[in-house]
Design a protein around this ligand. Structure first.
Ligand code: GRF
Length: 196
């Protein structure tokens, strides 16, 4: 049986689009956002996938919002949760309940956090990149599945650099999801072995 995948997103949804265009060996059963204006909802609709929003400001606190999100996700009985540009921190109960993949626009452990592309530029690095990792209780911290470097050009700004990183993400994230769906990821402590 193919794996059931839920995608959580907050933004434009280009990574979601890359996932829907790929042969994942699993099925995206729903897309859930934290904001009603997320472009990802339109991408979901275009791909014929059900889309839902659990709006963060509608809840008294993070815990209440996270419980509502968890309830929504649980209804879809996912085998895998994919954070494709999801800009909220999820509580430990959530990230330990389902295997969860995240895509982050830097070579972790460098530049964790929400403004990774800006931080890399401000530091003056010559190389940054993209990381797909399994999510654990700490932000941008879990075992790394795939990484690829992107060279920083002298005339880059955050927009141009992020665009080139996204081009890489659009390959790495579907690849990581398909490896998961094929049961080819084996976690050994911090190390993720990719089975042949
Ligand atoms: C990606 O660069 C991802 O790494 C970061 O947010 C961005 C989302 O882009 N966490 P999109 O919404 O998939 O276009």
């Amino acid at each position: 049986m193919g794996k059931r995948i839920i995608v959580l997103a907050s933004g434009a949804g280009s990574n979601l689009a890359a996932l829907t265009a790929a042969d994942l060996g699993g099925r995206i059963v729903a897309v859930v956002t934290d904001r009603a204006d997320a472009g990802a909802l339109m991408r979901a609709e275009q791909a014929g996938i059900s889309g839902d929003t659990i709006p963060y400001p509608a809840f008294p606190d993070r815990a209440a919002w996270a419980r509502a999100l968890e309830g929504n996700v649980a209804e879809h009985e996912p085998d895998l949760v994919v954070l494709a540009g999801f800009m909220r921190i999820l509580p430990p109960e959530f990230v330990t309940r389902w295997p969860t993949l995240n895509v982050h626009p830097s070579l972790l452990p460098a530049f964790p956090g929400a403004r990774a592309v800006e931080a890399a530029l401000a530091w003056g690095v010559k190389v940054t990149g993209s990381t797909v990792h399994l999510v654990d209780e700490e932000v941008d911290h879990g075992p790394i599945v795939l990484q690829e470097a992107v060279a920083v050009r002298p005339d880059d700004d955050a927009g141009s650099l992020h665009e080139r990183i996204k081009t890489v993400e659009h390959r790495l994230l579907p690849r990581a999801v398909s490896l998961f769906c094929a049961d080819r990821l084996r976690v050994e402590g911090r190390y993720v072995r990719i089975l042949q």
